[in-house]
Design a protein around this ligand. Structure first.
Ligand code: NAD
Length: 432
């Protein structure tokens, strides 16, 4: 699955998206402006067409958030790799009675397949990129090139070339005046904003160490038909394949890495050493991701970040961020400062998923170019660096990790056979 860098692979796909009616994608193109492109900057006061790419749980939720954030929007087009997923999402959205007059998706604007994203990008003003993270760099690049405003879920890549591509796309988006909001939703939680503001104002003194955890039980598994191809089986159970999800240290624990980066004003670690493996997630159906990782990150000033993530049933669950300072400590998930500047967030913060879309659409309407693509890329890179440390068993420096040439995934996307799934072995698996 691991390949050397091949930039053309990310830029081109070999398959066509198919409109559900069998009508060609031009059915949707016929509603486009004469230039064939909806210019983002001309849409500040008009009704905005929103397109969803990746119609799963989060994508469907993001579509609701987008429509609620700005009532002068319509959900115009959908894309998914699988028809059943797309139809299920649309049926769920239509059941949301209060949004009925904002859902204008038709069979002609419903696209299925690996190329479906292109059709949605073509015919919408704002796109929601909510597929598994493997596809994010490619979809993001296409949306930026087409000049569309973007919400893109975290993590934003699964490998270092993907991260570098996202940094390029984010810079291009800034030049083009496109809004780009990533799905690092905790950044939109008022209680965390207030807690971190206090840390930045010195409430716990200098930060001497941080401990972050994302320890949970087991996850979903989606049985596939026995006759399904390797690609279909893996795509339906994308979480369990490193090439699609990045492993759970990237897919889920990345939230903690992003909060750490936020607390540290974007400072990145210089090296990481870790340990991890699969103790209970041993069945072949669980692909090749680990079920636990523990990583110590070193910072330039000697500060250490201790990171733990585990997905094993029957163990203690713990999702937390402990920021230890020279004059006290902060508990980010419970929004408390403990020490001489004792404090606790009071009241109820608004739903962070909704706030992130409210702020995206407010920026679009105001003609401001909100863009957090680079910080999202760096937080994702921290998680990938942690995985490199646990997979190889070696101390990995930031330079090595960031400049890695390892591209995860097949060289093209088709519903056929895939190479044998290999599980990383610390001490044997190489850093590429
Ligand atoms: N911010 C958060 O708190 C949060 C919460 C949940 C999920 N997420 C993120 O959202 C993303 C999606 O997660 P989910 O839980 O919705 O997963 P999901 O499996 O429910 O949905 C993913 C959908 O994408 C589709 N898909 C896969 N490849 C595609 C492609 N190439 N083109 C078009 N569609 C494709 C799948 O068929 C599926 O319907 C992930 O990156 C995940 O990390 C973020």
């Amino acid at each position: 699955m691991n390949q050397n860098e091949n930039s053309s692979r990310r830029d081109f796909l070999t398959h066509s998206g198919v409109a559900l009616t069998g009508v060609s994608a031009l059915g949707a193109a016929s509603v486009m402006s004469p230039s064939g492109v909806f210019a983002a900057e001309n849409k500040n006061s008009a009704r905005l067409k929103v397109g969803l790419i990746g119609c799963g749980g989060r994508g469907t939720g993001a579509a609701i958030n987008a429509l609620q954030a700005d009532r002068d929007t319509e959900l115009f087009a959908l894309a998914d790799a699988f028809e059943d997923r797309l139809k299920g999402s649309l049926a769920g959205l239509k059941r949301k009675g209060n949004l009925a007059n904002q859902i204008t998706v038709t069979p002609e604007t419903s696209f299925v397949g690996f190329d479906a994203y292109k059709k949605v990008i073509d015919c919408c003003d704002v796109v929601l990129l909510c597929t598994p993270p493997h596809f994010r760099p490619q979809h993001l690049r296409a949306a930026v090139e087409a000049g569309k405003h973007i919400f893109c879920e975290k993590p934003i890549a699964v490998d270092a070339p993907g991260v570098r591509s996202v940094i390029d796309s984010a810079q291009l988006a800034r030049k083009k005046g496109i809004c780009l909001v990533s799905g690092f939703c905790y950044r939109y939680d008022q209680a965390k904003r207030e807690t971190i503001r206090r840390i930045h104002d010195g409430a716990i003194g200098d930060i001497v160490a941080i401990q972050i955890c994302y320890n949970t039980g087991s996850l979903w598994y989606r049985p596939a038909k026995p006759e399904a191809s390797d690609m279909e089986k893996q795509m339906r159970n994308w979480y369990y394949y490193t090439w699609l999800s990045g492993d759970h240290i990237v897919e889920q624990h990345v939230h903690n890495f992003d909060k750490t980066a936020w607390v540290l004003n974007g400072e990145m670690p210089i090296a990481a050493t870790g340990t991890g493996g699969r103790e209970v997630r041993t069945d072949k159906k669980f692909g090749n991701i680990f079920d636990h990782h523990a990583v110590a990150f070193e910072y330039k000033n000697g500060m250490r970040l201790f990171s733990y993530c585990r997905q094993q049933p029957g163990c203690t669950s713990d999702v937390s961020d402990h920021i230890l300072g020279s004059k006290g400590r902060a508990e980010l998930m419970s929004h408390r400062i403990i020490g001489p500047n004792n404090w606790e967030f009071q009241g109820e913060a608004p739903d962070m998923y909704q706030v992130e879309h409210n702020e995206l659409f407010k920026s679009i309407r105001a003609g401001k170019t909100f863009n957090d693509g680079e910080s999202a890329a760096f937080s994702t890179m921290m998680a990938i660096m942690g995985r490199m440390a646990t997979y190889t068993g070696k101390r990995v420096t930031w330079e090595q990790a960031f400049h890695s040439k390892e591209i995860l995934g097949p060289s093209n996307y088709e519903w056929g056979a895939l190479p044998e799934v290999k599980i990383a072995i610390p001490g044997v698996t190489k850093l590429i």
